[in-house]
Structure formats: C-alpha cells, structure tokens
Design a protein around this ligand. Structure first.
Ligand code: GDP
Ligand code: MG
Length: 442
C-alpha cells in the first residue's frame, strides 16, 4: 500500500493544481491499494466515497502541494473511520465489571487478559480477578494463572471437569464475594469460527452479562478479520476491539475492517509478548502506518501555517542548483524556531531516524538553535556563501564573535554538511514537495 500510494502522490506533487480528474485518478489507485492491503471491499467503497466527498471542492493550501493536500484528506478520512482515540476499557458499570475476551485461538486473548489485568491494577488501581473458561487446551488455565501471578492479580482456583458456563458462574460468585472491581473472563478459541464455539460463548455471555465484550484480533489477519468480527458481533455482540501483534510489520489494515464491521472502538493495542506491552489506540498513528507516510499530514498543517511559499520555492531552486548555503540555512533555522519544538517536528518526518539520533546526541534544543544563529551571524557574507573557506583561524574568530567554542562552530558546519547531503538524497527519492517547503532544512 505504502509504495503504491507514495507513487501516486509523487505524481500529484509535480502538478500545479488539484483537479477533479487528479482526485479521481488518485482514488482509483487508493482503492486498489486498500484492497491489496486486505481491507474488506464494502469498507473500501465507503472509505473512497468519504474521501471523494471531502476532496471535491476543497481548495489547495497556498504553501502545500496538491499531492500533500490529498495525503491529508486521505489521512483524515482514515483517522475518522478508525477513531475515537484512546477509548481505553469501559469500567462504567457496577462492580464487579465483567470483561469477556473473545477471538480465535492464538489471537492473543489470554496474553491480553493478563495485560489488561496489569494495567487495571497499576493504572486504575482496581482489584482484578482473572478466570479462564478455556477447557479446550490442556495448559490454558495454568497459563492464565501464571500470567495473573506476574500481573500481581488473583486468578480463580482451577476446578477440573467444570464446563465454561459453570466456571463463569463460579467466577462471578467469587468476584462478588471477594469484593473485586473487575472480573476478566478468558475464553477458549478455535482455529476457525464454528457453531459449537459460538454457542458456548453466547451461553457464557448470557450468564456473565459482560459489560465489555472485547474481540481480540491479530493484526496480521487479512480478510479473515472481517469474517471473525462479523461472526462474533452477530452472535455475542462486540463492545471493543483489541489489536495484537502491532509490534510486527502488519500495516493494520484489519483495524479498518473490524471497526467498520462492528462499529466498536479499537480500545487497546498489543505490541509484544510481555505483560506491559499494551498501548492506547491512536488512530493517527495507525492511519499513518496504513499510508506508510509518517505524520506528513501534521507536518503539512504546520508548514502551511508558517512557511512562505515563494521563499520556499527559492530555496528549492537553490537546492537543485546546489547553491544552498549557510545564509539559507540561517533562514531555515529562523523558520524552525517559528514552527515550534524541533524534536516534535523531527518526530513527524518519515525516514529521518539517523539525523534524529544525531540531533538527540547533540541535544539540539531551542537554546542550541539560538546559538547556531549567533554563530552564523558572526560569519562574513563570503563565509556564509562558501562555508568551505572556513579554516582554523576563521573558526577561532567566528567562535569568539559568537561567544562559543570552536567545537561548536565545527559542529554547526558538520550539521550543515550532513543536512545538505541528506537533502540531496531526499531530492533523489522524489520528496520534492517536502523539500520545496524547506522542511529538511534542519
Ligand atoms: P490465545 O489463544 O488467544 O489465548 O492467544 P495467547 O494469548 O496464548 O497468545 C498466542 C501467542 O501470541 C503467544 O505466544 C503470545 O505471547 C503471543 N502474543 C500475544 N499478544 C502479542 C503481541 O501483542 N505481540 C506479540 N509479538 N506476540 C503476542
Ligand atoms: Mg488462550
């Protein structure tokens, strides 16, 4: 999906204005890309229509390219469909609040039950009881008991030979008597949806009357996610979704389908095997991941608000001619101070991990930015135009003038050098739209 979209958007970037035909063409390809990413067809359809309705008639911001504008519209529609952000577990019910874990075998139900228990105990200060209704897999109950120990919560004592519904009743009684705030019921999964499993889970739900019915789905699931979500939603009702294995390289397209099919919010994200590997759901992050473009969108928003297009055009021309010098760099630095936190800004740029690490090492903050400005200010015009003439004696003079050490001057020159190298590389990669707005001018 990512490669494909980047291709389309690059093409759009090179055009002057966003016509209706441009939008239509882009959306045709977005549609194919989403289908390739295993998003269900009806979901893709409604998504495309949503985007089309928003894109047509939208004016292109002066300092943003048409392609970037399309990224933003596509992204916003994705975020809207994936939202709401960070809903967390709903505990708004009389104690004991019952949470029922649903899903196929191996989706991560038991692990997620342990993670949720740990989170509720530590963050929400709740007394949690874990109970396994998994009578299918021999070691399933022990697995949950071990997780409960590690999470520092109680688990229901194991009584061999009981049926899931009987265990659910016993767990409820125990939770009430023991004054627990939350009861998490883990269930058995099958390799695929079958009637027996659904009947069993529906029976348990009828007895335990869970406040939350969490569907646990592996992010790697493709079209299957839709079938699973629909089956559980029809038979039991789903109140929330937990996406696991988001630490893998799945793009998370399944999230879009499941959300659309059930209407239930994506409550939590599993990002590893450990008990603390559980995160809040951030629709922008997942949308960015599905598009594979980092947070280009907010970058565009900030850029649009602060950067003068003509100025940027000039810089882009200089870059192309290889005449970008320290004077231009100074302008860029001044713009960055206007745009707010440097670290925050860097965090949004895709593919700048290396530079980011360097900057983190140099502890580049706003104070350092101001120091850099001072260094450039104590250079002569000739030095700013041709940094390569700055040798030892000039460095000493500049350092003294700016009230800094020679190392600081060296560091600035090195950074300028790294930056121009990176910009040239980005230019080759076709990131012209971003370059034109001087955003790599760090
Ligand atoms: P269940 O059959 O649905 O109860 O699935 P389990 O909770 O037993 O999980 C199956 C496997 O997936 C185990 O090896 C877990 O450690 C692993 N697992 C669960 N959640 C995650 C996750 O978010 N990331 C990763 N990498 N592994 C996970
Ligand atoms: Mg299990």
């Amino acid at each position: 999906l990512s490669g494909r979209l980047t291709g389309i958007l690059d093409r759009l970037r090179r055009r002057g204005a966003l016509s209706e035909a441009d939008v239509a063409e882009a959306l045709r390809e977005v549609r194919v890309a989403l289908l390739e990413a295993d998003v269900a067809l009806p979901v893709v359809r409604s998504f495309i229509e949503d985007v089309r309705a928003k894109a047509v008639g939208e004016t292109v911001l002066r300092s943003v390219t048409p392609g970037q504008q399309v990224v933003k519209i596509v992204h916003d529609a994705l975020v809207a469909m994936l939202g709401p952000p960070a809903p967390g577990i709903d505990l708004n019910a009389p104690a004991p609040v019952v949470i029922l874990m649903l899903g196929l075998q191996g989706s991560g139900k038991t692990t997620s039950a342990g993670k949720i228990a740990l989170r509720l105990r530590t963050k929400d200060r709740k007394r949690v009881l874990l109970a396994s209704l998994d009578t299918q897999r021999p070691a399933a109950m022990e697995q949950l008991a071990t997780l409960a120990d590690r999470a520092g919560v109680m688990s229901l004592p194991i009584v061999p030979g009981q049926k899931p519904v009987e265990i659910a009743r016993r767990a409820l009684g125990e939770a009430r008597q023991g004054g627990f705030d939350v009861l998490v019921l883990d269930t058995a999964g099958r390799l695929a949806i079958d009637e027996a499993l659904m009947a069993e889970v529906a029976e348990v739900a009828a007895v335990a009357r869970p406040h939350e019915k969490l569907l646990v789905v592996d992010a790697m699931t493709g079209q299957d996610a839709v079938t699973v979500a629909r089956a559980f939603h029809e038979k039991v009702g789903v109140t929330g979704i937990v996406m696991t294995r988001m630490d893998g390289d799945a793009r998370g397209g399944a999230a879009l389908s499941m959300r659309a099919v059930t209407g239930a919010p994506i409550r939590l994200i599993g990002v590893g095997e450990k008990l603390d590997a559980l995160e809040d759901f951030h629709p922008e992050r997942v949308a960015g991941r599905i598009l594979g473009m980092g947070d280009v969108v907010s970058l565009v928003e900030k850029a649009a608000a602060t950067i003068e297009a003509e100025e940027a055009e000039k810089l882009a021309a200089k870059l192309q001619k290889g005449t970008f010098d320290l004077e231009d760099y100074r302008k860029q630095l001044a713009q960055i101070t206007k745009m707010g936190s440097l670290q925050g800004l860097l965090g949004m740029l895709p593919g700048v991990a290396k530079v980011k690490a360097q900057l983190a090492e140099a502890k580049l903050d706003d104070r350092i930015l101001k120091r850099q400005l001072a260094i450039i200010d104590s250079m002569t015009k000739a030095e700013r135009r041709k940094p390569e003439i700055i040798k030892a004696s000039r460095k000493r003079r500049i350092a003294a003038g700016a009230g800094v050490k020679v190392e600081d001057v060296n560091r600035l020159l090195k950074q300028f050098d790294d930056m121009t190298t990176m910009m040239k590389r980005m230019q080759k990669l076709g990131q012209k739209g971003l370059l034109r707005h001087g955003l790599f001018g760090l």
